[in-house]
Write a protein that binds this ligand. Structure first.
Ligand SMILES: *Cc1c(COP(=O)(O)O)cnc(C)c1O
Length: 397
């Protein structure tokens, strides 16, 4: 029934509540509609009962599933080569959904030691509170996996390109080692995006993203997503994610879809800009060394050349002037913005030793792979000459 049919017999209090949009019959919206709905109404009670049991039933409640969120999930699952995906409220929501869906008390996790800080904290917390054992490995040699395996090992956790020193593990070799040991393999593909690498195609069981970074790409949305390689694992993970309640919001999913449309364009431009800036930084007298996987002086360049379609837009460099120089650079840049996060269309930089890691002494910094003068640059889509002019002016002479 429409509101107009009922104006005669129903009162304003009723008509004000029951408003419906026309269903387009002869045309379709060109963009994905935002279904900002918590709840869905049914005509058939059996269909309602069915919808609560499975991820691919009718939409019933947006914590279980939502058409806008599903559009994002399908798009990312397709790009990553998975069977299905679960969009979440944040990258950490995605990571914790998959950790909590998979791990039992007493399980053992093998993880790369150079991990996103939040992931490291979650693993540490699980270890301390739920008796999950964690072994961190350097990620240099796949034999590290066999050496770390225990009877209770259940998961291998890796990142395609790891922060802040842009470490690139040999994914096919590590994933094969994980599979031989019977581990569930999970790869955080945030820095690479499915445009540069599809870990599921290289053998991973699941991929996680902070959609906040490149998938969204405009520094205006917090989101995450888990992509599963296989149907049973998807249903299992969906069930736990739905119980955990870290679900995405339809509007956040819509913003991420909008970001996704230009992901290939942004990534192409950002990688090209990163190449120019990495090379110019390497030639600058104030810069001691540059870490960008596309440069042949990067320790993982050969691995990156084999498994990545391009080398990403994160450039780490070490200033000869150490902590003071890093701090000063952050104050002197104008176009590049000093910011904690990354992956947007705008160029951002971070000097970990004076900001995110300021509580660490030089030794602890080194253990984390960070120098006192390390700067992490997240290269955006601005014109590269404007970016270089900004950096060249801000760098010590
Ligand atoms: C930012 C980030 C996360 C966490 O994502 P949020 O959206 O901030 O929760 C996880 N992994 C990597 C590699 C990240 O860069």
């Amino acid at each position: 029934m429409t509101a107009t049919e009922t104006t005669v017999e129903q009162h304003p209090a009723t008509r004000a509540v029951h408003v419906s949009a026309p269903r387009p019959e002869h045309s379709q919206p060109l963009s994905v509609p935002i279904y900002q709905a918590a709840n869905f109404a049914f005509e058939d009670p059996d269909a309602l009962a069915d919808s609560m049991e499975r991820p691919d039933g009718p939409f019933v409640y947006s914590r279980y599933g939502n058409p806008t969120i599903r559009a994002l999930e399908r798009a990312v699952a397709d790009l990553e080569g998975g069977v299905a995906a679960i969009a979440t409220a944040s990258g950490m929501g995605a990571i914790n959904s998959v950790l909590l869906a998979t791990l039992n008390a007493g399980d053992h996790v093998i993880a790369q030691d150079c991990l996103y800080g939040g992931t490291y904290a979650s693993l540490r917390d699980l270890a301390a509170r739920f008796g999950v054992e964690v072994t961190f490995v350097p990620g240099d040699d796949p034999a590290e996996v066999a050496a770390a395996v225990r009877p209770n090992s259940r998961m291998l956790y890796l990142e395609t390109i790891a922060n802040p020193v842009t470490k690139v593990v040999d994914l096919p070799a590590f994933l094969a080692a994980g599979e031989r040991a019977g581990l569930m393999t999970i790869v955080d593909n945030t820095f690479a995006t499915p445009l540069l690498c599809q870990p599921i195609r290289l053998g991973a069981d699941a991929v996680v993203h902070s959609a906040t970074k490149y998938l969204g790409g405009h520094s205006d949305v917090i989101g995450g997503i888990v992509v599963l390689a296989e149907e049973q694992r998807y249903r299992h993970t969906w069930h736990h994610a739905m119980e955990l309640g870290a679900c995405a919001d339809p509007f956040a999913a819509w913003l991420t879809i909008r970001g996704l449309h230009t992901l290939p364009l942004r990534i192409r431009e950002q990688c090209a800009n990163a190449r120019v800036l990495a090379d110019r930084l390497a030639g600058h007298p104030a810069v001691e060394s540059v870490r960008w996987p596309g440069r042949i002086d990067h320790p993982d360049h050969q691995v990156a050349a084999r498994h990545l379609a391009d080398y990403g837009a994160i450039v780490a460099f070490e200033l000869a002037g150490g902590r003071e120089a890093g701090h000063a650079l952050g104050k002197r840049v104008r176009l590049a913005k000093l910011a904690g996060s990354l992956g947007g269309v705008e160029t951002t930089l971070l000097h970990p030793a004076s900001t995110s890691h300021r509580q660490l002494d030089p030794e602890a910094l080194r253990a984390a792979g960070i120098g006192e003068g390390t700067v992490r640059l997240s290269v955006g889509v601005e014109h590269v000459e404007d970016l270089w002019a900004d950096l060249a002016r801000a760098l010590p002479r």
